[in-house]
Design a protein around this ligand. Structure first.
Ligand code: NAD
Length: 488
């Protein structure tokens, strides 16, 4: 495949510093402020559905956002039997995926309302997420070909990018010619249902794209059936391991697993870094999206010589963070996705507090599943036992002579998703980036975010299988490799 994308234009999105853009968003979103959505599985063959569950707003848990009817075992069976790749040629598939991108862009009012109310996304995150979803649709649309698809792909996605990742997996599998069974996270069925309805409206045949709502048990059923040809999964490393085991037991040995998983992401700030730039990058990387990004900064290493100053500046910046309603433009940090996550992460902070390791934390807002951003003292990344998926930043100090040891410690976690470096020494950029094992390395900027087509995203080791999403090699894993390559 070509290594550089053909000339193309990414979605323009909205400029939140531009009043007319803000007014447009507000006018489009407002009608859906109290709307209640209904979602169900979208399966080509009829079969009796399962139980219906209520979906609530993470910022205002008493508010119902809608309800979702989960898939029954009969529906899962019907979906597996009814899956059928589309018979349209590449040109028609391409036109349909572009049409879907147009529909996504037209329906920003509903999509922003859903992202804010079902997933607790801030306005800034809503804009970024819609842009990425549209970019995935157009990028993969341009890469539809006549090559042989694999068959039926199960696409399993997380709640933290309920539109962009969900759409990215589906559009890639469809662009490669496969039939898709899409299983979104149980926390975000309404967004998924709305998105699949737009894809169907654009012309994707109902048997080529089916939506199956449910939790992990449904995901397990859809990854342990021999009728499945491959799996695209984004979520935690633990779930990826379970899926790998299920696939090994039940699927053909050729069936690909594309897994994009968790991270224990670090940033190194040396004594030559620009302090203001570093602090801005740290705050964005650790606390934007309430730290609920796989790319988020978890462990900050600051060179001893500047550590006191940096820590003071960082705490000063944290004091300014606004925790409030996701759709309020002043909000920097929104709620966590659900009560369970809030309880788990609050407990984690409480343990650190009892050990005297919490250097700073913000106050708890009155309502919503918030965990206030906190800064926790550690000796190094080895003290982090697992990915804490929230606005919790760990900080460690290092001496100049310990730089290579720090790099080794970061690599020794086994994860390899994002890494950040703040320095003004060019040789150091080269030295560190040659040694760090991470999918995406960010220098002198924040370490979250990626741009479809120009900055593909994905990890190594425990963070994922590659190839990177939004990059030229991604689609190749959704197509049949020739027999010689797959042999042995
Ligand atoms: P999760 O692993 O709990 O769930 C992800 C999906 O897997 C959900 O749809 C869930 O229903 C399904 N699932 C659960 N058990 C299953 C099973 N046994 N078989 C099949 N499917 C099953 O993850 P989450 O909490 O939804 O998302 C957060 C995680 O996702 C974090 O670890 C984060 O780092 C990771 N993530 C990674 C990337 C990336 O690009 N690398 C992007 C976003 C999120």
């Amino acid at each position: 495949p070509e290594l550089f994308a053909p000339e193309r234009v990414n979605s323009k999105g909205f400029d939140l510093s531009h009043t007319p853009d803000l007014e447009r968003i507000e006018a489009a979103r407002a009608p859906f402020e109290t709307h209640e959505w209904q979602a169900s599985s979208l399966i080509a063959n009829a079969a009796q559905a399962g139980q219906t569950v209520a979906v609530s707003n993470p910022y205002d848990p008493n508010q119902t956002v809608g309800s979702a009817t989960l898939a029954s075992p009969q529906q899962i069976e019907a979906a597996l039997n009814g899956a059928s790749a589309w018979s349209e040629g590449p040109a028609e598939c391409r036109a349909i995926l572009h049409k879907a991108a147009d529909l996504y862009e037209e329906h920003y009012g509903e999509l922003f309302a859903l992202l804010a109310r079902e997933a607790g996304k801030t306005l800034l995150d809503c804009v970024g997420e819609l842009r990425e979803a549209v970019d995935f649709l157009r990028y993969y649309a341009e890469r539809t070909t006549n090559e042989t698809p694999i068959g039926t792909f199960t696409c399993i996605s997380p709640w933290n990018f309920p539109l962009a990742i969900f759409t990215g997996q589906i559009s890639a599998a469809l662009a490669a010619g496969n039939a898709v069974l899409a299983k979104p996270a149980e926390q975000t069925p309404l967004i998924a249902h709305f998105a699949v309805s737009l894809l169907h409206e654009a012309g994707v045949p109902r048997a080529a794209l089916q939506l199956i709502l449910g939790a992990g048990d449904v995901g397990a059923a859809l990854t342990s059936d021999p009728r499945i040809g491959g799996v695209a999964f984004t979520g935690s490393t633990e779930t990826a391991k379970l899926i790998r085991t299920n696939m090994a037991k039940h699927l053909s040995p050729d069936a690909p697993l594309l897994a994009e998983t968790g991270g224990l992401n670090a940033m190194i700030v040396d004594s030559t870094a620009l302090p203001e730039q570093a602090v801005t990058a740290i705050v964005e990387s650790a606390f934007q999206s309430a730290g609920q990004r796989c790319s988020a900064l978890r462990c900050l290493y600051v060179q001893e010589d500047v550590a006191d100053t940096m820590q003071e500046m960082l705490i000063g910046a944290m004091k300014e963070l606004c925790l409030s309603a996701p759709w309020d433009l002043r909000t920097d940090v929104g709620p966590l996705i659900e009560a369970e996550a809030q309880i788990q992460i609050s407990d984690y902070v409480a343990t650190a507090r009892a050990q005297g390791r919490v250097l700073y934390e913000l106050d708890q807002p009155e309502k919503g599943h918030f965990v206030p951003p906190a800064l926790i003292d550690v000796n190094g990344i080895a003290d982090l036992e697992r990915e804490v998926f929230g606005p919790i930043l760990h900080i460690a100090r290092f001496k100049a002579s310990e730089l290579d040891q720090v790099i080794n410690d970061i690599n020794d976690t086994g994860y390899g998703l994002t890494f950040g470096l703040q320095t003004r020494i060019d040789d150091r950029v080269q030295h560190v980036s040659e040694r760090i094992k991470a999918g995406n390395i960010y220098v002198n900027r924040n370490q979250i975010g990626a741009i479809v087509g120009s900055q593909p995203f994905g990890g190594a080791g425990l963070s994922g299988t590659g190839p990177k999403a939004g990059g030229p090699l991604y689609l190749s894993r959704f197509r049949k490799v020739d027999a010689l390559q797959s042999d042995g």
